[in-house]
Design a protein around this ligand. Structure first.
Ligand code: PMP
Length: 285
């Protein structure tokens, strides 16, 4: 595959980043994942805006304009012939040439910009969405700025491994008795016709898919309540689901081995998935 590193398009085997890169040494970097459907970018604008926000929160200057970023995304889709898949983008604070906790002088150390594609044929018609996924609950022991999309993903990785060992697909994280979010997705429950999801704060990532799904839900006259919910409430809900750029809307049918509703995807999550795929394709670029 052809990847992008600091202004160049290269075969992946020739792409290089310094061992002093602060992304590598200190997880000092941010990322975005944008999905591609029909060769087009889903919600590129939302991802570009959140990227800016993450960079600003970490006092990093933006090394590429939004227009240049769009061009790189499109070029990678073209060069790699992606019809359905994802584009991963990472920007780190660069490689100051030594290891130091203090941030390097921003004017002297250029950021490292890396993008690559992940080909996922059948992403939209993922058969897993027909069956739904099983999740476990784990403590949320991450840092306090989960709204910044940093590359420190060790705990979410461990969470996925805990799920795997328990025979489940993913984990929801719980803090002070309330569900925060999934390891790599936002979490929702459904009670009757009401969609309930935690409100935005520093405690969760402000999902781009979350924003779109809630907008589409409200436009379809569905009731949305942004508030904290507990695991007990989730276990007694009619439905549960998660959203992310790579899974869109994914029904959750089991939490800690307890069935949600009938133990099969319900009415609301599959409908939201359909609406999301249809509507987001209309604005794909
Ligand atoms: N929460 C976390 C912790 C995530 O890692 C992700 C996906 N990166 C999300 C939520 C969903 O965000 P988005 O819809 O923008 O992919």
């Amino acid at each position: 595959r052809t990847v992008y590193v600091n202004g160049e398009y290269l075969p992946e085997t020739e792409a290089k980043v310094s061992i002093f890169d602060r992304g590598f040494l200190m997880a000092d970097g941010v990322y975005e994942v944008t999905s591609v459907l029909g060769g087009k970018l889903i919600d590129f604008d939302g991802h570009a805006v959140r990227l800016e926000r993450s960079l600003r929160a970490l006092e990093m200057a933006s090394p590429v304009t939004k227009d240049a970023l769009l061009e790189i995304h499109r070029e990678l889709v073209r060069l790699n012939g992606i019809d359905e898949g994802m584009i991963y983008l990472q920007i780190t604070r660069g490689a100051p040439g030594d290891r130091d906790f203090a941030f390097p002088d921003p004017g002297r150390t250029p950021a490292t910009v890396v993008l690559f594609t992940q080909n996922k044929p059948g992403l939209a018609n993922n058969p897993v969405a027909k069956k739904g996924i099983k999740i476990i609950s784990i403590d949320d022991i991450r840092w306090g700025r989960r709204d910044i999309k940093t590359v420190q993903l060790l705990y979410p990785s461990m969470g996925k491994m805990m799920a795997k060992k328990a025979g489940a697909d993913d984990a929801w994280m719980v803090e002070d008795g309330f569900v925060t979010e999934g390891t790599s997705n936002n979490a929702y429950i459904v009670k009757g016709n009401k969609i309930i999801t935690r409100g935005l704060s520093h405690d969760i990532l402000h999902g781009i898919t979350r924003a779109a799904v809630l907008r589409f839900a409200r436009e379809a006259q569905m009731e949305v309540e942004e508030r904290n919910f507990t695991l007990e409430e989730a276990r007694e809900a009619d439905e549960a689901f998660v959203t992310s750029a790579s899974t869109f809307v994914m029904p959750v049918v089991e939490i800690d081995s307890a069935r949600i509703g009938t133990g099969a995807p319900g009415r609301v999550a599959p409908r939201l998935r359909e609406i999301y795929l249809e509507e987001s394709l209309k604005t794909a670029i």
